[in-house]
Design a protein around this ligand. Structure first.
Ligand SMILES: COc1cc(/C=C/C(=O)SCCNC(=O)CCNC(=O)[C@H](O)C(C)(C)COP(=O)(O)OP(=O)(O)OC[C@H]2O[C@@H](n3cnc4c(N)ncnc43)[C@H](O)[C@@H]2OP(=O)(O)O)ccc1O
Ligand SMILES: O=C(O)CCC(=O)C(=O)O
Ligand SMILES: [Fe+2]
Length: 302
């Protein structure tokens, strides 16, 4: 992205990737490498804490809904648990984070979130321009990037990796996800869904210093299907521990999401209903990972 300001082709290829694949990797994105290393170290520090320290942030014991430590995704709904622990941090304010987030990782996580904000705005601006949405006013800013959640994912080495997964097949419910992964690998993305023999899974190779960006369901709905959220999953690893750190950039929980008015005014037929974003997220969390089925919750049936 070092030529972002000089060469319009960079933004064009970002938009093309968001339309065609829903996933792409960025290098020279402006988030300093020390900040990326800092948040990876902080993740290892948090998961290296004694079990009883981490458990203080579990659903049962956490003093706030904004901080949650857990295992797997939706344990009550799953036939088999996913091989993953996570710490999920919902950003409300710097003050709240300072008071409530675990000190083992708080400062580095906050710095990473702060330093990735400009990149997020650049990408959203380009994606909206491409849809002929000229201005990101306050309402649209809220719909596209009104709230943020960061997850620190820890996938421990698994003695029988073929019997489970790190994360099951799912699409994210975010508008965009910014994923930082370590050098281990294991993230796979679905390509050519429904296109017969070309349908398959592609590994996302770790690239030092890169960020993996993917479109989530909220942006698919807001763009009336122009940008596509794509199914992905993580395999379990038989010999190495892995970490990854997604920032989920989301609408605000109380926003109503649906195809943007500019697209409908330009003559597009809406493919999705208007729906309260927190209802959409609750629907996602209520079930086990199930590929791309969550988005059917918002579809207008024909
Ligand atoms: C891929 O694997 C994942 C993904 C994720 C997370 C992805 C995202 O966060 S994307 C964006 C999510 N949006 C927001 O965070 C918006 C702000 N939050 C809210 O509006 C609310 O917190 C809520 C998410 C709508 C839920 O609120 P509430 O009605 O108060 O209900 P709760 O009792 O808190 O939760 C309902 C149900 O969902 C489970 N859950 C809630 N938050 C999380 C979380 N961060 N991680 C995992 N599960 C969560 C909660 O346990 C409840 O389930 P029950 O079975 O107890 O009813 C995260 C983890 C992954 O592996
Ligand atoms: O760990 C990864 O590479 C991806 C994790 C993921 O898809 C998620 O947390 O939503
Ligand atoms: Fe994901």
């Amino acid at each position: 992205m070092s030529n972002w300001n000089e060469d319009p082709k960079v933004a064009e290829s970002v938009c093309e990737a968001a339309e065609k694949f829903g996933f792409f990797q960025l290098v020279n994105h402006g988030v300093p490498l020390e900040v990326l290393d800092g948040v990876k170290d902080a993740t290892h520090r948090f998961f290296g804490l004694p079990a009883e320290e981490k458990r203080k942030y579990s659903k049962e014991l956490s003093s706030t809904n904004s901080v949650r430590f857990g295992t797997s995704f939706s344990p009550d709904a799953e036939k088999a648990l996913e091989w993953k622990d996570y710490l999920s941090l919902f950003y409300v304010s710097e003050e709240e984070a300072s008071a409530l987030w675990p000190s083992a990782c708080r400062d580095e996580v906050l710095e990473y979130m702060k330093r990735s904000q400009i990149l997020c705005q650049k990408l959203m601006n380009a994606l909206m321009q491409k849809l002929n949405v000229k201005e990101i006013d306050e309402t649209k800013e809220s719909l596209l990037m009104g709230s943020k959640r960061i997850n620190l994912n820890y996938y421990p080495r698994c003695p029988n990796p073929q019997l489970t997964v790190g994360v099951g097949r799912h699409s994210d419910v975010s508008s965009l996800t910014f994923l930082l992964q370590d050098e281990i690998g294991g993230l796979y993305v679905r390509v050519n869904e429904g296109k017969g023999e070309k349908d398959g899974w592609v590994h996302v190779p770790p690239i030092e210093g890169s960020l993996v960006i993917n479109v989530g369901d909220a942006l698919q709905i807001l763009s009336n299907g122009r940008y596509k959220s794509v199914e992905h999953c993580v395999i379990a690893n038989g010999s190495k521990n892995r970490i990854s750190i997604p920032i989920f950039v989301n609408p605000k929980p109380n926003d109503v999401i649906g195809p943007l008015p500019e697209l409908i005014a330009a003559g597009e037929k809406p493919k999705y209903k208007n729906i309260l974003y927190s209802d959409y997220v609750k629907h996602f969390f209520r079930k086990a990972h199930d590929g791309k089925k969550t988005v059917a919750f918002a579809e207008i049936s024909s």
